[in-house]
Design a protein around this ligand. Structure first.
Ligand code: NAD
Ligand code: UDX
Length: 434
């Protein structure tokens, strides 16, 4: 089947590459010419483990191509995926649908025959119907259906998540569209990965409900962590004890510096707005958003305490600034709140991140970028673990402590423990919830 993929960001590129790996002919389009140039050379513009080899394999086979010419991509395609961004609209927290609607207009102009227009972007309830309306108004003659096919992949594990999904959600209204969607995902269906067929509104809702629930789970454990600190309990053991209950599960119960990333913050905010608009406030989600902001501020206070109440003149080493490991994505990373607070207080901040500098350089003005953690901590008054990259999990703590002006650590991802840090020569060790 020929498939057009509009948008080659974290989701569009992974989806396009993986669908070509299923045997489909995929043409990926982006309006960003530089990105398409890079992709055509076989280079991946983002950091996503494992993506480059699958991409190269399918480019070599001729099934995967890249273009800026939407008409060429859409011509003859039986499915056209819209995988463009839906960021938070400045000011009101709504999902900004301008990119989706612009893509729908592009598709309307270029449709040549029957195609299913599949929304992969995360979009508020009602958007798929609007996409259909835009196309119908622009091209009353066009033969098409729409389908909602939200994506659940996580950055850093995107290939695995796409190839081995917990489920695939498909919102469709006609048998013809359902058949096309069934063909697209046939390789996964044959391997017994569940496909949930629903109506359009339900599919749109599932995506927001899933993300808001996961954000709630993280926020719940972050609030429990704060209480653990007061009462002398250990949140890691609490999470383990809770998570072994099959009804709760152990995933997304890691306390930390607050959730970030390109999805949870904007999707919780959009869900809250959707609820308000429909007169059904999503009070749990609204509270989660508030608490997550407070969690980030609590982290600043934690490091401030470690620095005896003042950042002024202190050197602070930060290990990790991306919102999670194994990605170069800095969108809504907790570091974007925490690091500027330190700099604002007069700290000299030195940062090491295996992939964060390319995007982070513009977002974190005033920091000194380092490549070696030991270099970064030399003469520092505190070291802060902000992102749990593997390369930070087994550092020589003794070597670090010996080179620091004040051997103090704020381990905001709980990757070490107090006993080992103190034994290695740290004078103070603060974690989250333990
Ligand atoms: P992104 O910003 O990385 O990529 C979007 C791409 O679309 C950009 O390359 C941009 O140039 C391109 N684009 C925008 N308008 C276009 C147009 N009219 N024609 C051609 N190209 C166009 O975004 P992303 O992170 O991939 O997210 C895309 C969607 O997927 C969002 O709705 C997001 O909520 C959702 N989503 C993201 C993730 C994730 O982990 N990033 C996971 C699940 C769902
Ligand atoms: C998320 C969803 O998991 C995915 O299904 C959706 O498609 C896109 O949004 P992603 O943002 O890539 O994926 O990363 P995720 O692993 O969910 O982490 C999001 C944030 O929560 C990160 O800042 C992470 O550090 C934080 N987190 C996650 C915790 O603090 N504790 C946890 O237990 C899990």
């Amino acid at each position: 089947m020929k498939i057009a993929m509009i948008g080659t960001g974290y989701v569009g590129l992974v989806t396009g590459v993986c669908l070509s790996d299923f045997g489909h002919e995929v043409v990926c389009v982006d309006k960003n010419c530089a990105k398409i140039e890079t992709l055509r050379k076989g280079e991946v513009p983002i950091y996503e483990p494992g993506l480059d080899s699958v991409m190269q394999r399918n480019m070599d086979s001729g099934r995967l191509t890249f273009t800026t010419d939407i008409a060429a991509a859409v011509a003859g395609a039986q499915a056209v995926f819209i995988a463009v961004g839906t960021p938070s609209r400045r000011g009101d927290g709504h999902a900004d649908l301008s990119y989706v609607m612009a893509a729908a207009e592009d598709v309307a102009r270029t449709l040549t025959g029957y195609a299913v227009i599949v929304t992969k972007s995360t979009v508020p309830v009602g958007t798929n119907r609007k996409v259909a309306e835009v196309i119908r108004n622009a091209r009353p003659d066009a033969e098409f259906d729409v389908a909602s096919n939200p994506e659940f992949l996580r950055e850093g594990a995107a290939i695995e998540d796409f190839m081995r999904p917990d489920r695939i959600v498909v919102g469709v209204e006609t048998d013809r569209a359902r058949a096309v969607m069934g063909d697209i995902y046939r390789p996964l269906f044959l391997r017994d990965f569940p496909i949930v067929y629903t109506g359009l509104e339900t599919a749109e809702m599932i995506k927001y409900a899933a993300n808001a629930f996961l954000a709630t789970k993280i926020t719940f454990i972050n609030e429990i962590a704060a209480l653990c600190e007061r009462v002398g309990a250990d949140v890691k053991s609490v999470a383990k004890g809770m998570g072994l209950d099959g009804r709760i599960g152990n995933k997304f119960l890691h306390a930390g510096p607050g959730y970030g990333g390109s999805c949870f913050p904007k999707d919780t905010s959009a869900l809250a707005r959707i609820g308000q608009e429909h007169g059904v406030p999503q009070r749990i989600t609204e509270t989660v958003i508030e608490i997550n902001e407070a969690v980030k501020r609590r982290m600043v206070d934690k490091v401030l305490d470690l620095c005896d109440g003042s950042f002024n003149g202190k050197k602070i080493a930060i290990l990790g600034v991306t919102f999670k490991p194994n990605t170069d994505d800095m969108r809504s990373a907790p570091s974007l709140t925490i690091v500027p607070a330190m700099i604002g207080g007069g700290a000299r901040v030195h940062v090491v991140d295996p992939q964060g500098q390319r995007e982070g350089a513009a977002l974190l003005p005033g920091v000194a970028w380092e490549t070696d953690p030991y270099q970064a901590v030399a003469d520092a008054h505190a070291v802060v673990v902000l992102t749990e990259w593997n390369e930070f999990r087994a550092l020589d703590l003794g070597r670090m402590a010996r080179s620091m002006a004040e051997p103090r650590m704020a381990d905001l991802r709980n990757i070490y423990d107090r006993g080992e840090a103190m034994a290695a020569g740290f004078q103070q060790y603060e974690a989250v919830g333990r």
